[in-house]
Structure formats: C-alpha cells, structure tokens
Design a protein around this ligand. Sequence first.
Ligand SMILES: O=c1[nH]c(=O)c2[nH]c(=O)[nH]c2[nH]1
Length: 293
Amino acid sequence: MAITLGPNQYGKAEVRLVTVRRDGPVHHVKDLTVSTSLRGELAATHLTGDNAGVLATDTQKNTVYAFAKEAPVGEIEDFGLRLARHFTGTQENITGARIKIDEHGWDRIAVGGAPHDHAFSRSGDERRTTAVTVQGDRAWVVSGIDGLTLLKSTGSEFHGFPRDRYTTLAETSDRILATAVTAKWRYQGEDIDWAASHTEIRRVMLETFATKHSLSLQQTLYAMGEAVLEKRPEVAEVRLSLPNKHHFLVDLSPFGLKNDNEVFYAADRPYGLIEGTILRDDAEDPGPAWDIH
Ligand SMILES: O=c1[nH]c(=O)c2[nH]c(=O)[nH]c2[nH]1
C-alpha cells in the first residue's frame, strides 16, 4: 500500500483587522476578518518536517497588518488580490494563495439626527465577503453576502408536494417566508468596481425576494440568482444557500381564538436548507475558484 499527500493548504485563519482612516475629524472605520491559505510545494514539511519552504502563519498574520498600514486597504477584493500576489510572488515554492475576507459593517451613530464623526454602531449580522484565489498568473474572485436575514409576511405559498404516510405538513397558499441569505458570486475579470457591483447585486437580490410571488423557496432562490445574472454581466455564477426559517401558525383554538395568519411560532431548528447554483452556460472555466473552502 502506498500512501501519498493529497491536496493541502495552510495559513492563518480569522485575523481580526480594524483600521481607522483619520485624515480629518471624520474618521472611517473598516472592520475585517482575514484568512490566508497558501498552497504549493509543501511536501517536505509534511513528510520530513523540513520547514525551509513554510512561510510561518504568524508571518502571514503580520503581513496582513503591515499591508493595512503601507497602503489604504480599499475594497476587500483589492486587498485580497494584493495579499495573494504578495505571497505567491515572494515565496518560490508558494504557487497559489487564497485570501478570504469578511467585512463587518459599522454605521455612524446619529447625534441630534446628524451622523457622528467617530462614533459607530454595528450594522448587524450582515457581512460582505470575498474569497480571492491566485494561481500562477491567474486570479479568481468570489464575493458575496453572509447573514442577510429577510422576511416577507405574504406572497409565499407551498403546496402540491407529495403526501406519503409520514407527511403531516399542511398545504398553504399564504405563509411567512424568511431566510438568512448566504450568497457567493463568481466574477469574470478584475476590472470591476467592486463596491458598486456589491451594492447592485444586493439590491437586485432583495428586490427579487420582495417582489417575486413564491411557490417555493427553491423558486425564489432561482429567481434571485437569475436576476443577478440578467442585470450584472460581470458575474458568471451565483451560489445561494437559503435556510427556510420556518414560522408555524400557533393553534389558538384551545383558547377559543381563530388564528387568521397573525400569530406564529418562529422555530430556530430544524430548518429547511435550500441550496443551488445559477450560472451562465457560456461562463468561463471556474478554475480553482471554489476548491477547498
Ligand atoms: O419552500 C419550501 N420548499 C420545501 O422544499 C419545503 N419543505 C417544507 O417542509 N417546506 C418547504 N418550503
């Protein structure tokens, strides 16, 4: 029996980086969680413990902080590309790098209705994300959104599903539809206004969720991805993971009350999990964009 080393990568996970741009009384805060992963000729350290080609994960973490000082961080996609190209360009045996970045939002606190210069409140659970992969002289950018919780109180039905001896779910023509969106979209190219693209993709997905009359969360998922691909030529592929955050009607009949779709129990688990990919048939090869996450 021969045993070999398969795909591997290593790096520093979840480096917490907060920067304050203080070029006047109005400060700008950026709050990132950065994870680095390096790939390449790394057999020696695994097989013999020879670390001559192992750029320490501690050094990778330090590089993230130093880069944040040496030039403005800018958009997370650009920061990721700079870091990835630094690692592959300076370490001979490192041929690939993936940099994952989550951006946490901060809103300015309103004081007397006016946005404060340097006091902020967390925007909530939503994060803007990116995963940049550099392999040789090519790069792939997969950006997205995590933790965007949505709910519509009507405009959602679910019926026509098979009934077997284990089925108890009632058919419904009017239910709450709620989810927390994890979306990832793969860009084609790099000459992109990342911030504007993110804003528009988010808007298109939200509008579609709101306006598409839903016969299943699966149908809503497809419609959201389809709308992004129709409106945003820079996007090759969209992947969505949508938990179905069930809201069950509470039985009020023991109290002599009728529930007219007004009182619900919001269950946190189990939840349906609806996942899917929507892609252009002429999209270019994704390369290693989605490998080892
Ligand atoms: O939109 C839905 N899709 C399902 O597949 C499903 N299954 C279920 O129990 N409820 C729902 N809702």
